[in-house]
Design a protein around this ligand. Sequence first.
Ligand SMILES: [Zn+2]
Length: 306
Amino acid sequence: MSLGNQGKSVFVLTGAGVSTGAGIPDFRSAGGLYDTVRPDLITASFLQRQKMRMDPTYVVERDMFFQNAFPYLEVRRPFILGTHQQQWKATISHWFMKFLEEEGKLKRLFTQNIDGLDYQTGISPGRVTNVHGSIARVSCEGCGQEMPFDDFCTQVRANIKDIYKVDPEAPEESTNIPCPSCKRPLVKPNTILFGSCLPEEFFERTPELGQADLLLVAGTSLVVSPANSVVNEVPSSCMRVIVNREQVGRDLGIDYGISAARDIWSGERTCDETFLELIKLMGWQDRLRRIRHLLPESNREMIQDL
Ligand SMILES: [Zn+2]
């Protein structure tokens, strides 16, 4: 696999798989966030607790948030503050995108991840489209007023209780974080709540895919719409490289046959393994060595002999 002649105009779609090496908690799997929601500890009414008991994803639903923002803020508190403290590090996969940008090849990165790890590499924020929002960007769900992430985290630390009982500095009771503009307690990371629309930016940016000559699809199962539509927004001459352990997107027309004309599969490797391989093929080892100390531990072990 090489980026050879193709790859003057590269577009990328990423999902959870590019952040696995960083140790980001997985919300949906067993033992993940929704599995460990304990409604009894959350600041909520009896009825709201009943609903959360029946369906833990209720904590990230729009209706619930407008009634009571505490379930969302209390459940997400460790993730919000951990992101602020850079508890999780950008992976080889994230850095590959940064190197692509340095080469002038990367046109746009669409990411379904809300972890904001892309920005740690110093990639131009204007090249990144957060399809499902980002934990590190904060605004009021009611009026849209933005709030700096630093300020928001200061308030989360002081106002929101720690239902996981790991932060001795956390308050005993939660109190509202009012919007600086409309004063309603609707300030939160701009991640998409269930029942909300996607940010308009996604739809504004998809027409750019018409210029793509190479599309990298990495670490996503391609089951979430409309993000998965990206694979069919590129021209029919565009090469599509699927970096994923499983052969995803067959129903969208990705071709895994031996005579596939334009689709290439990474094989059963992790995203970081594949992008490390590509970094070697491109001769970018020096760049990776330079940022070695910024990588997660698991990644550093992978490149010991680089
Ligand atoms: Zn507001």
